[in-house]
Design a binder for this molecule. Structure first.
Ligand code: SAM
Ligand code: FES
Length: 328
C-alpha cells in the first residue's frame, strides 16, 4: 500500500515521522563521506549502468595508486575523515593492489574507508578488512532473483547475496541498497526489497531512482520517481532507526531539491564527490549527474551552506556506525 498512488496524501506525515525519528536516534549531524571514483572501467554489463561495457562511447580512465593517495590527501587537508573508494568491476586493481592502496592510506591518514568495488571472494574481502577497510558498500539492487538476472548478464543474485553475508560476517560496517523504478519492478517487488533489507539489517542503506542512460539497453525506459524513493527511504528510517541513510546523488540529479527532501525524510549522510574534476564527467552512471564540474572544496562549501540553512550541521568525522546503542 505504501508504494501505491492511494498512499500519496499520507506521505507528508510519513516523512515528518521519519525526520523526527532520525533526530531522536542520530541527531542533526549530516555525515559527509568523500567519494573517490577511481576507475570507470567495468567488466560487467549491468543493463542500467552508464559505465557498463554496453557504453562504447565513453572515455575510460583509471587513477594510479599515487593519484588515489593524492586525492585522499587533498580532501583530508580539507577536513574529510571518511572516504568511499568506488569503481567499476575493474580487476586491473587486483587483490594485492587494493590491499596496498588500503595499507598506505590507513598508515598515513587517520580516517575511515569504505570500499565500493563490487563482488569479491570471501578471502579477498577478509584481506581488505585486515588491511583496514572499515566499511563495504554493495547494493543488492533488487531482491528479485529473476529481475536481477534479466539486468545483470554477468552476475548471479545468489553470489551477490552471498557476498553481502560475507561482508557482514567479516565485521565490515555493511552497506546495501536498491534501485527504485527498474523496469519490471512493481509495488510487490519493492515490498520484498524492503523485507530483504530489514532482514539484512545493514549499517548503511542507499536507495536511488533508476535513471535511464542513452548508451544502455534500458535507454527507453522510464526514470524512477522521487516520491517512491522518498517513501522507501522514510520507511527504512522508521524500521532501521540507527542505520545511516544517504541522500543520494541520483535523488539530487532528478530533482533540484532531491537531496534536501531526502534529508527531511530520514536521511543523514551526503557523499560529496572529491574525485579530480577532470575525471568526474567520465564516471557517468546516468545522464544529468550533478556536481561534475566542481572540485572537492567547492562541493564541500556548497553542501555546508545549504545544510546549515536547514538548521543541520555537516560532520566530516569518521562517523562510525554503532547500531547497538548500548555499545556506544
Ligand atoms: N561496481 C560497484 C558495484 O557494482 O557495486 C560500484 C559502482 S556502481 C556504478 C554503484 C551504483 O551505481 C550501483 O550500485 C547502482 O545502484 C548505481 N547505478 C548504476 N547505474 C545507475 C543508473 N542508471 N541510475 C541510477 N543508479 C545507477
Ligand atoms: Fe559495472 Fe556499473 S556495470 S559499475
Amino acid at each position: 500500500m505504501f508504494f501505491s498512488p492511494d498512499f500519496a496524501p499520507f506521505r507528508p506525515q510519513l516523512f515528518t515521522a521519519a525526520d523526527e525519528l532520525r533526530k531522536q536516534s542520530l541527531g542533526d549531524d549530516v555525515y559527509l563521506r568523500g567519494l573517490v571514483e577511481f576507475s570507470n572501467y567495468c567488466s560487467c554489463g549491468c543493463a542500467y549502468c552508464g559505465i557498463s561495457w554496453h557504453n562504447k562511447s565513453i572515455q575510460r580512465y583509471r587513477m594510479s595508486s599515487e593519484e588515489i593517495f593524492e586525492t585522499v590527501k587533498y580532501a583530508f587537508g580539507l577536513g574529510f575523515r571518511s572516504f568511499v573508494l568506488q569503481s567499476g568491476e575493474d580487476k586491473f586493481y587486483d587483490e594485492r593492489t587494493v590491499v596496498k592502496i588500503l595499507d598506505k592510506l590507513k598508515n598515513v591518514f587517520d580516517c575511515a574507508i569504505t570500499l565500493s568495488i563490487g563482488e569479491w571472494s570471501k578471502e579477498s574481502l577478509r584481506n581488505f578488512r585486515c588491511a583496514g577497510a572499515d566499511r563495504y558498500l554493495l547494493r543488492i539492487e533488487t531482491s528479485d532473483p529473476d529481475l536481477f538476472s534479466r539486468l545483470h548478464p554477468d552476475s548471479k543474485w545468489d553470489d551477490r547475496h552471498r557476498c553481502l553475508q560475507d561482508i557482514k560476517e567479516l565485521g565490515f560496517q555493511t552497506g546495501s541498497g536498491i534501485l527504485i523504478g527498474l523496469p519490471g519492478q512493481g509495488p510487490e517487488s519493492l515490498y520484498q526489497d524492503f523485507k530483504y533489507l530489514l532482514a539484512l539489517d545493514p549499517e548503511m542503506v542507499g536507495v536511488g531512482p533508476f535513471i535511464p542512460h542513452p548508451e544502455t539497453p534500458l535507454k527507453n525506459e522510464k526514470c524512477g520517481d522521487l516520491d517512491t524513493t522518498l517513501t522507501f527511504l522514510a520507511l527504512l528510517r522508521l524500521f532501521l532507526p540507527r542505520s545511516f541513510l544517504p541522500a543520494t546523488t541520483a535523488m539530487g540529479s532528478i530533482h533540484p531539491e532531491g537531496r534536501k527532501l531526502a534529508l527531511l525524510a530520514g536521511a543523514n549522510v551526503l557523499m560529496p564527490n572529491v574525485s579530480p574534476t577532470e575525471n568526474r564527467a567520465m564516471y557517468e552512471l546516468y545522464p544529468g549527474k550533478i556536481c561534475i564540474t566542481d572540485d572537492a572544496l567547492k562541493c564541500h562549501k556548497c553542501m555546508e551552506s545549504w545544510v546549515s540553512k536547514m538548521n543541520r550541521r555537516t560532520n566530516l568525522g569518521k562517523g562510525h556506525i554503532i547500531k547497538d546503542s548500548s555499545k556506544k
